[in-house]
Design a binder for this molecule. Structure first.
Ligand code: GDP
Ligand code: IMO
Ligand code: MG
Length: 425
């Protein structure tokens, strides 16, 4: 049995939802450990498409218990809406969803503040957040002023919300933003609190018992290492630790209980929102990848910026994340590309760099050093085994393995469950 962490290893949207869903056929638990409903994880099963924001992607398999861990910031109204929608679509989760009483709550005022803060920044400084209140909610957590999911169980919960909403309204007014109608807020908060109450519990002993029982556990990362608040392109990052290190902190599972880390990477790179992106393509090739890859944000619908595979980013993520193996996604999107470029290093101020610098000013000056790779010009989506893949596609995969020093164990050639190759070479 194993405890596996799956992490995004670029700037998010690598295909984490799909891989979690593929792997959950034989898994007992799926645990989200950071982020909030800034995440959008897509799972396509037959003609059904699900986009999950807070609910762990294991919810779509009856055999799987799902935990929303202490490390998340939970928009309780958003979660209620998401679960109501899943229930309408026939998904039953009454006895297999557990929400940590230590997770923090996101309320409407966090979202308003998120928007107001972004509005105050100039165009080149805007982070391009998802406006889901993530930064302000994590700020409250570290400021020790946040409300936690467990507070829902206290008699004075609504009074606590009211007091905070009054303070936040003052803050909003100072920023020139419209204050919230507190009575209206309390009505929706009460509805969400009532709906979520049965799912709230102390998930720490629950997961501890799962470890003792040697259950199979998957930890579902959100975002990606380059959006990590410590290791990403700060300040153009999200507000949590997105890498494997976030899993113990955000779930209460001990670090030595984790025995495998799978990094999810696309065969190219995308990013939504602001911030440096050395291999970004501003030409027809970028538009081609965006179109074939259907690169639009699953949460905000914004077009994703597209570029070539960045080996510096992948090596750095593997180093920071302790990645044992790759799930390489969306290889099919490159099927018709004649010459594929791969960034093997950066050049900056006359110096060659093999790792991602901390300074984004420096990263903005980095020019990718590319190696060119002949494409395969054959569809890969129908391929069901390594041997069926076009030879050039196999060479591309092996090339990325050599470049990053990490083997590909899962290869994805389409959005469906069935378009997934578990490689055993
Ligand atoms: P996540 O946030 O990491 O879960 O990724 P998203 O769901 O935001 O974005 C990934 C998108 O790529 C989704 O629309 C998936 O359905 C789609 N997808 C996943 N794997 C593949 C693949 O191998 N090929 C293609 N063409 N699409 C894929
Ligand atoms: P999944 O889990 C891609 C980006 C935003 C913005 C920055 C900060 O689907 O991969 P935030 O709202 O978190 O304060 O925004 O992070 N971002 C994502 N980009 N995928 C995500 O999640 C993201 N979650 C946040 O676009 O640049
Ligand atoms: Mg996504």
């Amino acid at each position: 049995m194993s405890r596996t962490v799956l992490i995004g290893s670029q700037w998010g949207d690598e295909g984490k939802g799909k891989i979690i869903d593929v792997l959950t056929a034989n898994v007992d638990w799926v645990v989200r450990y950071q982020g909030g409903n800034n995440a959008g994880h897509t799972v396509e099963i037959g003609d059904q498409k699900y986009v999950l924001h807070l609910t762990p992607s294991g919810i779509l398999r009856d055999n799987c218990k799902c935990v929303i861990g202490n490390g998340l910031v939970v928009d309780i109204i958003g979660l209620m809406d998401e679960l109501t929608d899943l229930a309408k679509r026939g998904i039953e989760f009454g006895d297999r969803l557990f929400i940590s009483d230590r997770a923090h709550i996101v309320l409407q005022y966090h979202k308003e503040l998120d928007g107001a803060k972004e509005g105050q920044l100039g165009d080149d400084k805007k982070i391009g957040t998802t406006q889901r209140g993530i930064g302000p909610a994590y700020s409250d957590k570290v400021n020790r002023t946040g409300l936690r999911i467990g507070d829902i169980l206290e008699d004075d919960f609504l009074d606590q919300v009211k007091t905070r909403a009054q303070t936040k309204n003052e803050e909003l007014a100072c920023m020139g933003a419209k204050p919230l109608d507190i009575d209206e807020l309390l009505v929706t908060v009460k509805e969400a609190a009532d709906y979520l109450r049965p799912f709230i519990c102390d998930t720490v002993p629950l997961l501890h018992e799962a470890v003792v029982n040697d259950d199979e556990i998957l930890f579902e990362g959100a975002q990606g290492v380059m959006l990590d608040v410590d290791f990403g392109t700060y300040p153009f990052v999200t507000s949590s630790n997105t890498g494997a290190g976030g899993a113990p902190a955000g779930s209460g599972i001990p670090p030595n209980a984790i025995d495998r880390v799978v990094g999810i990477v696309k065969a190219y790179t995308t990013r939504v929102g602001g911030g440096p992106f050395p291999t970004e393509l501003h030409d027809e090739m970028g538009a081609h990848i965006a179109k074939v890859g259907n690169e639009f944000g699953a949460t905000t619908g914004r077009p994703r910026r597209c570029g070539w595979f960045d080996g510096v980013v992948a090596r750095y993520s593997a180093m920071v994340g302790g990645i044992n193996e790759w799930a390489l996604m969306k290889l099919d999107v490159l099927d018709a590309v004649e010459t594929i470029r791969v960034c093997v290093a950066y050049e900056c101020d006359g110096e060659r760099l093999d790792s991602v610098p901390a300074s984004i000013r420096k990263l903005e000056r980095c020019v990718p050093v590319y190696e060119d790779f002949k494409g395969w010009n054959t569809p890969t989506t129908g391929c069901t085994s390594w041997d069926e893949l076009p030879e050039q596609a196999r060479k591309y995969v092996q090339y990325l393995e050599d470049l990053t020093g990490v083997k590909v164990s899962i290869l994805s050639v389409g959005p469906q469950r069935s378009s997934t190759l578990l490689l055993d070479r």
